[in-house]
Ligand binder design. Structure first.
Ligand code: B1M
Length: 211
């Protein structure tokens, strides 16, 4: 795949980015690879923001571009995954308290959904108590937490602690992910696994739902 799409996104050429993404999808390019290139573009936008070269409008516009491209990609992903997984299970997921980033989480939700899981998406900036409430109501096999801000990592750990204190920790597997998360964060939060991308999140859920 050429760099044209990434280039259009990092230089905020929205119409061109949409056109290129649609062309790639129509040409049969793997939709998840197209989304991965978009994620890379947003990482570059983020670095420009950090360096003081880009500001909030660029962050917002790049996020909007990826949301739109995710919507373009969805029908192509659905076509590929018509066969629903036999091992279905319930998943409760959300972006933790203090964090309103949802593009990556939404991709995870979409992939889980088309793989046959019953997904309860709590949205963004979700307080720990809301996770506990949902675990009690839904009785999921898996709880997913997403965070892109390093300042939200304590909220991730707190959420796991609140789930423990509610006596629910043994009933669920906890999966964490998002740009700010890695194996160290998983250990810090005492989650069961870290999903580096949306496909990994689906694979982990499949494993757990079977056990
Ligand atoms: Co924000 N932002 N942002 N932002 N933003 C980052 C995250 C940042 C890294 C940019 C930077 O400075 N380099 C930085 C955080 C720095 C840090 O904490 N170390 C940052 C900041 C600082 C902020 C604000 C504080 C800016 C401000 O207001 N001054 C503010 C915070 C708001 C808040 O949350 N309280 C803010 C706001 C925003 C927007 C609203 C403008 C917008 C978000 C729009 C939206 O989500 N609806 C935005 C955006 C777009 C970004 C960047 C550019 C892109 C994020 C993104 O969507 N990536 C981002 C830069 C970067 O990521 N490096 C940045 C694409 C997405 C597909 O990737 O979410 O990683 P990702 O998801 C992947 C995997 O991680 C995985 O699957 C996905 C697909 O493979 N995954 C999971 C995700 N969740 C998972 C869960 C799982 C498993 C896998 O299991 C449960």
């Amino acid at each position: 795949m050429s760099n044209d799409l990434v280039d259009a996104m990092i230089h905020m050429r929205e119409a061109e980015a949409m056109e290129l993404a649609q062309k790639l999808l129509d040409a049969g390019e793997d939709p998840l690879k197209v989304l991965e290139r978009c994620r890379e573009a947003l990482e570059i936008v983020g670095k420009q923001f950090e360096a003081g070269k880009y500001f909030l409008p660029e962050l917002i516009l790049s996020g909007e571009m990826l949301k739109k491209i995710s919507n373009l990609a969805k029908p192509f992903i659905q076509k590929e995954s018509d066969k629903k997984d036999e091992a279905k299970g319930k998943v409760v997921i959300g972006s933790v308290k203090g964090d309103i980033h949802d593009i990556g989480k939404d991709i995870v939700v979409f992939l889980l959904d088309i793989n046959g899981f019953e997904v309860h998406d709590l949205g963004v900036d979700v307080p720990a108590e809301k996770f506990v409430e949902a675990i009690n109501q839904v009785q999921p096999a898996v709880v997913g937490m997403s965070a892109l801000l390093t300042t939200a990592l304590d909220a991730m750990k707190d959420t796991v602690d609140v789930i423990k204190n509610a006596g629910l920790r043994d009933q669920v597997k906890i999966m964490v992910g998002g740009g700010a998360v890695d194996e160290k964060v998983r250990a810090y939060a005492d989650a069961d696994a870290y999903g580096p991308d949306a496909v990994a999140a689906v694979n982990l859920t499949k494993q757990w739902a079977k056990n």
